[in-house]
Design a protein around this ligand. Structure first.
Ligand code: FMN
Length: 323
């Protein structure tokens, strides 16, 4: 999936946001090389194949979105054997790449021995990665997504080394600690230090909001692989600008217009749910509120009270003509 020397741009997993319709829509923009599913939690039972089939409908289609974007399955949990057995079931369902979440800061997840809580136990990171690596076929990439540490940004050195020792194919590093939650700053230079210490691809992630941020992250980390989360929704032109900067193939007509992007999300929601539901409306509004909070989407205040998708698009059409 990922070549060490070839630049790549990934769409970040975002629980409650990057579901199958959103992944399909983002695939349609041509801006990303692959995406990662929202985390799928392995708690007291091994997850059966049908959970993966349900959560990741792309698995029935060679793990590609209907728009051709490769999808990597992300699992989360603290028990090596259950994680390994669940990963095998994901493969049986059609997964072609597995990512392991060591970054989720949600208190319920962390209290139950998952996500970022493992950052306090580096050897357990190694054991989990190793168990999954040993269980699945050699050609299946097994990657790990880490924050820098629980409290200290210096913990990334050992945490990343342990994930590498466990046999991770690549690491994605969100350059802040669990205690920081989503608060600035991000420490891209730490990613660069880890990249020099380890001999595997490192994907840099966190707070790339503008092209200048991207260039700074590139300088600080020395990476050629990047992952973009919230800015993919807040600033849909940005991934295309980043691709150009990376020398990757560029969509000749990058979609920077909001309306067709929102329409594409509705079409993909309809495809997966067979009709337009309140969930579609909720997801559209969620996207618009992120684009309002972090980007330059100016119409949110006029649209947030719309009670149906039809009303939303009617208003959007009217407003669109004015701006
Ligand atoms: C709402 C939300 C949900 C997220 N869910 C996940 C998740 O399921 N798995 C994961 O590894 N990271 C998750 N993340 C973290 C993102 O993948 C990413 O590391 C983080 O947002 C920083 O990147 P960004 O600044 O480009 O958004 C989530 C982030 C947000 C904002």
């Amino acid at each position: 999936v990922l070549r060490p020397e070839t630049p790549a741009l990934a769409l970040a997993p975002m629980d409650g946001i990057t579901d199958a319709p959103m992944r399909a829509m983002q695939g349609g923009t041509g801006a990303f090389d692959y995406c990662v599913t929202e985390f799928i939690r392995v708690s007291i039972d091994v997850l059966p194949r049908k959970v993966f089939t349900r959560e990741v409908p792309e698995l029935a289609h060679r793990a590609l979105t209907p728009t051709g974007l490769p999808v990597q399955v992300q699992i989360l949990g603290g028990d090596p054997d259950r994680m390994a057995a669940s990963a095998l079931n994901a493969i049986a369902a059609g997964a072609t790449a597995i990512d392991i979440n060591f970054g989720c800061p949600a208190p319920t997840v962390n209290r139950n021995d998952g996500g970022a809580s493992l950052l306090r136990h580096p050897t357990r990171i190694r054991d989990i990665v190793r168990a999954v690596r040993d269980a699945v076929p050699a050609e299946i990439p097994v990657s790990a997504k880490l924050r820098l540490g629980w409290e200290s940004i210096d913990d990334i050195h050992l945490n990343a080394a342990m994930a590498a020792e466990g046999g991770a194919t690549w690491l994605t590093i969100h350059a802040r600690t669990r205690m920081q939650s989503y608060k600035p700053p991000v420490f891209w230079k730490k990613i660069g230090m880890v990249r020099q210490e380890l001999d595997l691809p490192i994907i840099a992630n966190g707070d790339i909001w503008t092209l200048d941020d991207f260039k700074q992250c590139q300088d600080d980390s020395g990476c050629v692989h990047f992952m973009l989360g919230r800015a993919a929704l807040a600033n849909p032109a940005l991934p295309h600008l980043i691709r150009r900067e990376l020398g990757l193939d560029v969509n000749p007509k990058p979609e920077t217009d909001w309306l067709p992007l929102f329409q594409a999300l509705v079409q993909h929601s309809e495809f997966y749910q067979h009709k337009i539901t309140m969930r579609t409306l909720f997801r559209l509004k969620q996207w618009m509120s992120i684009a309002h909070a972090f980007g330059d989407f100016l119409l949110w205040n006029e649209l947030k009270r719309c009670e149906s998708t039809e009303a939303l698009f009617a208003n959007l059409g009217d407003l669109h003509e004015k701006v």
